[in-house]
Ligand binder design. Sequence first.
Ligand code: SF4
Length: 336
Amino acid sequence: MEKKRIVTGDRPTGKLHIGHYFGSLKNRVKLQEDDKYEQYILIADVQALTDNFNNPEKVRKNVRELVLDYLSVGINPEKTTIYIQSLIPETAELTVFYSNLVTIARLERNPTVKTEIAQKRDLFGESVTYGFLGYPVSQAADITAMDGTIVPVGEDQLPLIEQCREIVRKFNSIYGDVLKEPEAVLSDARRIKGLDGNEKMGKSLGNAIYLSDSVEEVNKKVMSAVTDPGRIRKDDKGNPDICMVSYYHNLFSKDEYKNICEECRNGQRGCVACKKQLAQNINKTLEPFREKRKYYEQHPEIIDEILIKGTEKARITAKETMKKVKKAMKLDYFEK
Ligand code: SF4
């Protein structure tokens, strides 16, 4: 049976945090073990430049950081192909071809792009760049270049995959049945809130626990987490439903969770001890990640080798796709 190809990826713009772990990484580690799938992870450096064009050093530095995060959580390069977007020139070529198949108005209506442009007013002012507005087109090129049929996404990413499907349908209707229409698969993982209770966890919000955080950093961050504000004394009855410590216990202390909530409600648990227990459990989860990261940090040549090998493999697929695309578009001059 032919394996379904999964294409997924991240922009190399910063360290990954536990929200990323529960949101996508854990799922990727699971999927690479499933014989039905072949997984490709794209390090989207070109896409990262669409809103970091003035900071190329940041993007470059984070390429290797991203691989360190992947390897530390258990992404296995023998089972998952990790590759760099800018080293696949076919995706840039495809982006140019696809740009004829989508209108400016359609891109401006894309809800994901619309929200992101609004969030980036500081960078773009009143007028967004051509590159940023068109990043869904380049994303369609990334997916189709790899013959991707499955794209795991969060709900907020669905409009991007719909845009890709539209481009594929348009291409196939004009040039013939060449491209595969990818399917978005909604990950069952929910978005993880920040330590301050914010719906989003992120660097700019200062409310994230990173996969690479030290024991001390985790301890300090957990101590700052928002708890039930109504609790003053240790024996006050608390409400774990409005406490971020309880929220994280539900992720990291599954077996003890019921008991923790009961003790909190009955005023039998102090917040400081409760936080210490949580920090301990988060550190227990992160410890094997830290060990693996340390090993790869000491062997940067292995990271390079993984990226070179992964990119070579991805390039072969991209070249095959490009051959079919150019033939269909009558651009296969001098091809025998
Ligand atoms: Fe939150 Fe624990 Fe304090 Fe209850 S005891 S409010 S769950 S930190």
